[in-house]
Design a binder for this molecule. Structure first.
Ligand SMILES: Cc1cc2nc3c(=O)[nH]c(=O)nc-3n(C[C@H](O)[C@H](O)[C@H](O)COP(=O)(O)OP(=O)(O)OC[C@H]3O[C@@H](n4cnc5c(N)ncnc54)[C@H](O)[C@@H]3O)c2cc1C
Length: 711
């Protein structure tokens, strides 16, 4: 405990002790106040300033220490000082005292409560940061929740002290006036019931819901104002138009059709979008071929005769297409039509909040969901436009393996493809402007991947900034600015993997004034609504997590909020977001890693399990990597997990599940895991956490007991 906290606790304990010892509470009983009212009034008449000051100080101290009796003090204020003076002093004293109690609670308890219950509080915190004043105002208007409870609880939540003060002062005013007024009649009062009638309670309750009604009305007015410039069709062809049939659009349309809405899905290129045609599916298919090639090179390790590994690149790329074709039916027009979705082929443009045009055809719709995705970013580097560069959008069309492949970009896509193409026989050079590959992951994670790359002969250059591309008689090359001056790297093909650009062009966003973020994604609120109330957006066009699973996660919110938002809206839950990079070893993560925790000043403890000890990994010849789990200090609550291992992306699910449903490491440790599996490593990690927290003192006594029991 810090000094400040010790002083506050000492003062509170002393005050409560004095309160109890001198039985001060008895002076605040109604009868006591009524009995002494004559004397008190007389004394006030003789010393108005001094008695007013004493009353004020006593009120502030009593409320600051959360001592009982605030109601009786308020009544006494009315009885002693009269209505207006009583109201003035009680109003300020109660607000100041409440703010002091709020600050006491904040100083003593907030950090502890927020760190212990951060998982449960994150939604409350976000809500409070936005609407805390509304909630507080409502609670203050209805004096049902005890005054001191509100002060103490608010101290734990993210509402600034100044805002707490003025909202309390305003919100408590009606009730204070009623109680002070009742105090002026103290002689006739026979209890609290005489002060407020059921009608008065009802009006308090109505006052309390007033802020919410006002907020809703304001939102309606804003919405009408934004839509006022457009003519609303008298009836609509469909309930929802979805633009883009990638992961986000397909799931949005599916959900809309499932809840019996009429939905039109517009796709200008290929059903399935990026993931099926140029992203997850082809990349994982090519990684699989490269993995098999790598195992073949390791044949002797497994007691097999070494055979020459000859890669038929054309066949590999053909297999990639076959995999796409095998999955295509899941995302096809036929399947979605059977599911009740109207599928339209064409380029969509939004004409108004209720109208979409596709190849000359106008569709009127109640709502629109933009799911137009993203494409590979092509940086503006001199000379690049003169080359036949590759991106993840065009890579899948090549049929000849480049002898020397230069990959620009050290993120997940660059790393996955660098290793895959290297294993298929290309001489790969990976260049990144960042200090390391996979810069979002912890340094030791990137180091493991780098080590694997170096072992396999991939040249990795970090801190290299591309300056220009050139082609001359010697071939193609790129010039990079490096910490040691300019360096030129020659290549046969260059693959750009430097990020993704949102597909906003041609949608009609500018004409409608739909706000776009600085990184080019569409700006949405927590319900995925754009700045036009009838238009929602989800998937890569929105970000911030550009993954297929996040596109479909968001799709549910976009569909439900667009269709049913007039009754209830849902804010997207980003509390537990996992992802993986499919290198060998795989890198999977959920929640915080050490770099994020340090950057955010979040306290944590680390548990680690090295997979080189795991029986199944040894049997599989994959005994490398580690699991690192961050927990809240003094607790088994998981803040985040990173796995660098063979099948890390599968192993992480146990932590995703645990975090999502509030399961701690103790429960993972108590769960039976099949032997011998890779998933046992999660149990062993939990065992490491437990081992580091052994009750040593107790175990010393247990050892003594065993010694004694042996005689
Ligand atoms: C190489 C690579 C590997 C990846 N690997 C993974 C992975 O392993 N795991 C993972 O989770 N994610 C991965 N991703 C990311 C994943 O592919 C995307 O996050 C996901 O596809 C986004 O889906 P979406 O629906 O938002 O966009 P998209 O899939 O891009 O779909 C948008 C669709 O909208 C259409 N469209 C755009 N504008 C219009 C218009 N005006 N009218 C009509 N149609 C329009 C487009 O043609 C497109 O089909 C990878 C990406 C790449 C590039």
């Amino acid at each position: 405990m810090r000094r400040k906290q010790i002083v506050i606790v000492t003062i509170i304990v002393a005050a409560i002790f004095a309160w109890a010892y001198f039985d001060l509470g008895s002076y605040l009983q109604l009868e006591a106040v009524q009995r002494n009212i004559g004397d008190l009034r007389a004394w006030y008449g003789d010393n108005p300033l001094l008695s007013g000051l004493i009353f004020f100080v006593v009120y502030v101290v009593a409320t600051a220490l959360s001592l009982p009796g605030a109601i009786w003090l308020t009544l006494a204020g009315g009885a002693l000082l009269g209505f207006w003076t009583g109201l003035l002093l009680v109003s300020f004293a109660s607000s100041i005292g409440a703010t002091l109690a709020f600050l006491v609670s904040r100083t003593l308890l907030r950090d502890w409560v927020q760190s212990k219950f951060s998982r449960y509080l994150s939604a409350v915190n976000t809500g409070f940061e936005r609407d805390g004043a509304f909630y507080l105002f409502s609670l203050r208007l209805v004096p049902i929740v005890p005054f001191f409870v509100i002060n103490l609880v608010m101290g734990l939540l993210p509402i600034p002290a100044r805002r707490f003060y003025w909202v309390s002062q305003l919100g408590m005013l009606p009730a204070t006036a009623i109680f002070v007024n009742a105090g002026t009649q103290l002689g006739e009062l026979d209890g609290l019931a005489g002060i407020v009638s059921p009608a008065l309670w009802l009006s308090f309750a109505l006052l309390a819901i007033f802020p919410f009604i006002a907020k809703w009305a304001l939102a309606q007015i804003q919405m009408r104002r934004k839509l006022a410039a457009y003519t609303r069709p008298s009836r609509f062809d469909t309930n929802m138009v979805v633009i883009g049939a990638g992961s986000a659009g397909l799931v949005t349309a599916l959900i809309a059709a499932t809840v019996k809405a009429r939905v039109t899905l517009i796709e200008r290129h290929k059903m399935g979008g990026d993931c099926l045609n140029t992203g997850c599916v082809p990349s994982k298919a090519v990684i699989r071929s490269s993995h098999i090639a790598q195992y073949m090179r390791r044949a002797q390790e497994f007691g097999l005769e070494q055979v020459p590994v000859t890669v038929n690149f054309r066949e590999v790329m053909q297999r990639v297409q076959s995999v796409i074709e095998a999955i295509e039916p899941h995302d096809s027009v036929q399947r979605f039509t059977e599911l009740g979705v109207d599928c339209v082929q064409g380029d969509a443009t939004i004409l108004s909040p209720w109208e979409v045009e596709v190849d000359g055809q106008r569709i009127t719709t109640r709502n629109i969901v933009i799911a137009s995705g993203a494409r590979a970013r092509v940086p503006d580097i001199p000379g690049l436009d003169k080359l036949d560069y590759l991106t993840s959008d065009t890579l899948w069309d090549i049929r000849d393996l480049p002898a020397r492949l230069l990959i620009v970009g050290g993120g997940p896509i660059g790393c996955e493809l660098a290793q895959a193409f290297s294993r298929l026989g290309a001489r790969v050079t990976l260049v990144s402007h960042a200090a390391r590959v996979l810069p979002r992951e912890d340094e030791e994670v990137a180091a493991q991947v780098m080590a694997a790359f170096q072992r396999e002969g991939i040249a990795v250059h970090c801190g290299f900034e591309a300056r220009r591309f050139q082609r001359d008689e010697q071939g193609q090359s790129a010039v990079f600015q490096t910490p040691d001056g300019e360096q030129t790297l020659a290549f046969d093909r260059v693959l750009l993997a430097v990020g993704r650009t949102a597909n906003t062009e041609g949608l009609g966003l500018e004409a409608l004034g739909i706000a776009v973020n600085t990184n080019g994604t569409i700006e949405v609120d927590e319900t995925l609504r754009t700045s036009i109330p009838t238009i929602y957006a989800c998937g890569d066009i929105v970000g911030p997590y550009m993954f297929t699973h996040m596109a479909s996660h968001q799709a549910w919110y976009a569909a439900v909020n667009a269709l049913f938002g007039r009754f209830k809206t849902y804010k997207v839950d980003y509390s537990v977001v996992p992802w993986a990079t499919f290198t060998d070893p795989e890198v999977a993560r959920v929640g915080l890693n050490e770099s994020d925790a340090i950057a955010g000043g979040i306290p944590y403890e680390v548990s680690r399990y090295d997979i080189d000890d795991l029986d199944r990994a040894i049997a599989d010849g994959e005994a490398h990597g580690f699991i690192k789990v961050l927990t809240a200090p003094g607790s088994d609550r998981i803040l985040g997990a990173t796995i660098v291992a063979y099948h890390a992306a599968e192993l992480i699910t146990e932590y995703v599940m645990a975090m999502k449903h509030g399961i701690g490491l103790k429960k993972i440790l108590a769960t039976i895991h099949i032997y011998p599996t890779l998933s046992e490593s999660n149990k062993f990690l939990a065992g490491e956490w437990r081992k580091a927290r052994k009750p040593e003192k107790l175990l010393n006594w247990v050892a003594k007991y065993h010694r004694w029991s042996r005689g």
